[in-house]
Design a protein around this ligand. Structure first.
Ligand code: NAD
Length: 466
């Protein structure tokens, strides 16, 4: 029986292996991680990630902390460890931090006694396979390693759907007979459920660069549409109408053209920064500059949103309660890595607002960590306007949108959770301070209906008075 071991039980490793275990009953699938807490969570009823459909996949791989045992026994090793941006040293703030990858590779070399196919599942800089090959072959003890690049294109929130029905599966390998044999072995795994014409093979470097490029293109589309929102607001054009009509051109397509408060998530910014770094290292500053601008537009979109809130609320939110609806970086995930909500909340707090946050999947601990607030600031009581004896905490987290908005001067919608469309806005309006402001950072509410109730609604890329 072929044995697959995946190193890294995160947002990618867990769901990907659950689907492989389901679709390949003849393969033994194990997911290992150095984090005991994460493995315990996978083995409990409280999964470590929220992903629609994950509970229903049925077949479960084995989740274990016995990393070395399972790597030793495996024929195919997927490496799906985190590859964050380096925070210090050479390339700090741009280059990928490959320390997790390197330590996984050294451990594989240490414990392996039989030939292995090592699959890059993490997103890595182009040419990483060459570095991994060096680490493995220089420590090989007679073991033969074939490195494949098999980047993951799933999106959080739709991961299970994406894994069951991928647009494509990409496998890059060395052009040697051994490399191509390894490509065929991995292809046979995916062929259990993915149609053959959706399994693409390429050389290793193309596969590695494809993943960075795909994320850069996706983020670029968001920044492209977001770059037009201020112009729409100033001129009376409606960004939703513009995006719809532009997207009707089949060369452009309507997908991924939603204007918003900005993109987030653990991948887009990190992968673009990585691309920028690789361009700079290859003497291509103009290309690097092009991709840097995608991030600048995104940063500008977040600060523009905060400025609009403050300016509209009579130039200050000091002592005002702002309800923040949604904290995750997009709907259907509890992931808050790089969420625009962090920058928006920090901007509001800098102007001394009191913020009350509600997100259906994000915990108070996550928010406290993300806002990097010390206990004093977090619990610091402030007086709300109009001056009243009552004080509130500077930041509070509620488990209900109605609680979050009670007594608020304004609402910021920062995640497009479906439930925000169906709230009883009349009830919310009745319990708010007047005038009641609503800033829709995702264009989810029915603007006309809310204006009829009495709200002053500011939507991204839409005129204030249509
Ligand atoms: P994650 O942080 O959720 O999971 C990574 C896991 O690897 C962690 O649980 C960590 O403990 C574990 N780990 C690190 N070093 C280890 C080691 N030496 N041995 C065993 N376990 C180790 O990360 P993720 O979101 O699953 O992303 C993983 C990779 O996939 C990244 O390169 C990311 O860019 C890429 N990716 C992510 C997504 C996404 O939507 N999250 C999509 C496509 C690709």
């Amino acid at each position: 029986m072929v044995k697959i071991c995946c190193i890294g039980a995160g947002y990618v490793g867990g769901p990907t292996m659950a689907v492989i275990a389901l679709k390949c009953p003849a393969v033994e699938v194990v997911v290992v991680d150095i984090s005991v807490a994460r493995i315990n969570a996978w083995n409990s009823d409280q999964l470590p990630i929220y992903e629609p459909g994950l509970d229903d996949v049925g077949e479960e791989p084995l989740f274990s902390t016995d990393v070395e045992k399972h790597v030793f026994e495996a024929d195919i090793i997927f490496v799906s460890v985190n590859t964050p941006t380096k925070t210090s040293g050479l390339g700090a703030g741009k280059a990928a931090d490959l320390t997790y990858w390197e330590s996984a590779a050294r451990m594989i070399a240490d414990v392996s006694k039989s030939d292995k196919i090592v699959v890059e599942k993490s997103t890595v800089p182009v040419k990483t396979a060459e570095a991994i090959e060096k680490i493995l072959t220089h420590n090989s003890k007679g073991v033969n390693y074939q490195i494949l690049s098999n980047p993951e294109f799933l999106a959080e929130g739709t991961a299970i759907q994406d894994l069951f029905n991928p647009d494509r599966v990409l496998i890059g390998g060395r052009e040697t007979p051994e490399g191509q044999k390894a490509v065929q072995v991995l292809k046979a795994v995916y062929a259990q459920w993915v149609p053959e014409d959706r399994i693409i093979t390429s050389n290793l470097w193309s596969a590695e660069l494809t993943k960075l490029t795909a994320n850069a293109f996706l983020a670029d589309r968001i920044s492209s549409v977001n770059s037009l929102t201020a112009l729409c607001e100033a001129t009376g054009a409606d960004v939703t109408e513009v995006a719809y009509s532009v997207g009707m051109d089949s060369r452009i397509s309507p997908k991924f053209l939603n204007a918003s408060v900005g993109f987030g998530g653990s991948c887009f910014q990190k992968d673009i920064l990585n691309l920028v770094y690789i361009c700079e290292c290859n003497g291509l500053p103009e290309v690097a500059e092009y991709w840097k601008h995608v991030i600048r537009i995104n940063d500008n979109q977040k600060s523009r949103f905060v400025n609009r809130v403050v300016a509209s609320m009579f130039n200050t939110v000091s002592g005002k309660k702002i309800a923040v609806l949604g904290f995750s970086f997009k709907k259907d995930t509890g992931d808050t890595r790089e969420t625009p909500a962090i920058d928006v909340c920090k901007g509001l707090l800098a102007d001394k607002a009191s913020i009350s946050i509600y997100d259906p999947q994000v915990t108070e601990d996550q928010i406290q960590r993300d806002l990097a607030m010390n206990k004093f600031d977090w619990d610091h009581p402030i007086h709300l306007q109009p001056t009243s004896p009552a004080t509130v905490k500077q930041v509070s987290v509620t488990w209900d949108a109605y609680e979050a908005t009670k007594g608020a001067h304004g609402i910021c919608i920062l995640t497009e959770w479906d439930e925000f469309k169906g709230l009883d806005y009349q009830k919310i309006y009745d319990n708010m301070q007047k005038p009641a402001f609503l800033f829709d950072g995702r264009n989810v509410v029915d603007t006309e209906k809310l204006r009829a109730i009495g709200f002053i609604v500011h939507s991204i890329g839409k005129p204030l008075d249509p």
